[in-house]
Design a protein around this ligand. Structure first.
Ligand code: NAD
Ligand code: AHE
Ligand code: ZN
Length: 369
């Protein structure tokens, strides 16, 4: 079938809206009509060419929601008409990772997914007869996309898809990093570096966890308002200080924070976030994604003296098991999604959504097909 798609033909180039061909789903695959998608910084990161796994031409996009159109012969958990959110962190329920009880990372299709391929090593997308690669197992920047059954969660049909699309990445990641990865306790002193959708969702999670202090850090003071609304108690602009920001935070907190979260993807900030942690027990959670060749560094003494570095992917959330409950929490008013949606655009204006993100003017833009 034909589908409108925003294709990334090469690194650093604007996306091009073209009509691509989408092949039928294989036995364990599902054809989904995406109704809404948004742009996460990770899409911009891959488009920039810095992602070691970035392949072109590709259909990017991993934060979206839609309706099942057709299913392969062996698909049992969804049927045409079901409302779904694509999951870049799948959940097969059978692999060593899924059975470990220790991680949300699933290994079933990770290898081919990272190469922009379906598990049989081919693509379902093509343009002028040439293959177009998939992205993160989701490719929500195509009106019709093919994903593995295990990369989909079936959700309540009553849920507004133009909002719950945000559970596809940003909000789930931030909330989950607090609850599952850091396991923040009541009364904790915390710091959040970077106030995009991820950092703001972390702040929302910290408020829910009853953190005593939530220090919001960003170079862009336009981000303070939403951070405050989410629950931030203090605001720090690193560009207003002429000494390392970790020193400022240690002074502000009389010894360092219990938990810090890096939501930017900058390895120097990752160092500062770790070093801002309290001696003996402070934990720093890396959420930001850094480009090829970047490495984190600190004096080993920082770890010897009790600080801990952790990473979090999709907030440690097992999507098929846990997202339906998070959708219900949103419907019951326990999770705020509306505050993240700063802009609405037509899908064809997707490059403008990237511009708004780069300029720091948007948190999330909902694109409607
Ligand atoms: P965003 O661009 O909306 O937000 C980043 C924020 O960081 C901006 O507000 C920007 O002003 C601020 N910032 C940039 N440099 C800074 C600095 N040196 N000091 C302080 N603030 C600075 O991005 P986003 O969509 O919220 O994503 C944030 C990061 O999280 C990206 O690296 C993205 O790839 C990553 N991410 C990771 C996961 C995961 O599962 N680990 C999931 C989603 C996104
Ligand atoms: N492809 C990059 C890694 C990108 C990355 O770390 N992605 C996060 C999700 S970002 C969502 O916005 C993730 O889930 N990582 C775990 C995984 O298995 O990819 C690289 O460096 O190669
Ligand atoms: Zn993302």
């Amino acid at each position: 079938m034909k589908s409108r798609a925003a294709v990334a033909f090469g690194p650093g180039k604007p996306l091009e809206i073209v009509e691509i061909d989408v092949a039928e789903p294989n036995a364990k695959e599902v054809l989904v009509k995406i109704l809404y998608t948004s742009v996460c910084h990770t899409d911009a990161f891959t488009l920039s060419g810095e992602d070691p796994e970035g392949v072109f031409p590709a259909v990017l996009g991993h934060e979206g929601a839609g309706v099942v159109v057709a299913v392969g012969d062996e698909v049992t958990s969804v049927k045409p008409g079901d409302h779904v959110i694509p999951l870049y962190t799948p959940e097969c329920g059978e692999c060593e990772f899924c059975l470990s009880g220790k991680t949300n990372l699933c290994s079933a299709v990770r290898e081919t997914q990272g190469k922009g391929l379906m598990p049989d090593g081919t693509t379902r997308f093509s343009y002028n007869g040439e293959p177009i690669y998939h992205y993160m197992g989701t490719s929500t920047f195509s009106e019709y996309t093919v994903v593995n059954e295990i990369n989909l969660v079936n959700i309540d049909k009553e849920a507004p898809l133009d909002k719950v699309a945000l559970f596809g990445c940003g909000v789930t990641t931030g909330l989950g990093a607090v609850e599952n990865t850091a396991k923040v306790e009541e009364g904790a002193v915390t710091a959040v570096f970077g106030l995009g959708a991820i950092g703001l969702a972390v702040i929302q999670g910290l408020k829910k966890a009853k953190a005593k202090r939530i220090i919001a850090i960003d170079m862009n003071p336009d981000k303070w308002e939403l951070a405050k609304k989410m629950g931030a108690t203090d605001f720090v602009n690193p560009s207003e200080h002429d000494r390392p920001i970790q020193e400022v935070l240690i002074e502000m907190t009389n010894g360092g924070v219990d938990y810090s979260f890096e939501c930017i993807g900058n390895v120097e900030v990752m160092k500062a976030a770790l070093e801002a942690c309290h001696k003996g027990w402070g934990e720093s959670i890396i959420i930001g994604v850094a480009g090829a060749g970047k490495e984190i560094h600190t004096r080993p003494f920082q770890l010897v003296t009790g600080r801990v570095w952790r990473g979090s992917a999709f907030g440690g959330v097992k999507g098929r098991t846990e997202l339906p409950g998070m959708v219900e929490d949103f419907m019951n008013g326990e999770i705020d999604l509306d505050s993240f949606i700063t802009h609405h655009l037509n899908f064809t204006d997707i490059n403008e959504a990237f511009d708004l993100l780069h300029k720091g003017e948007s948190i999330r833009t909902i694109l409607t097909y």
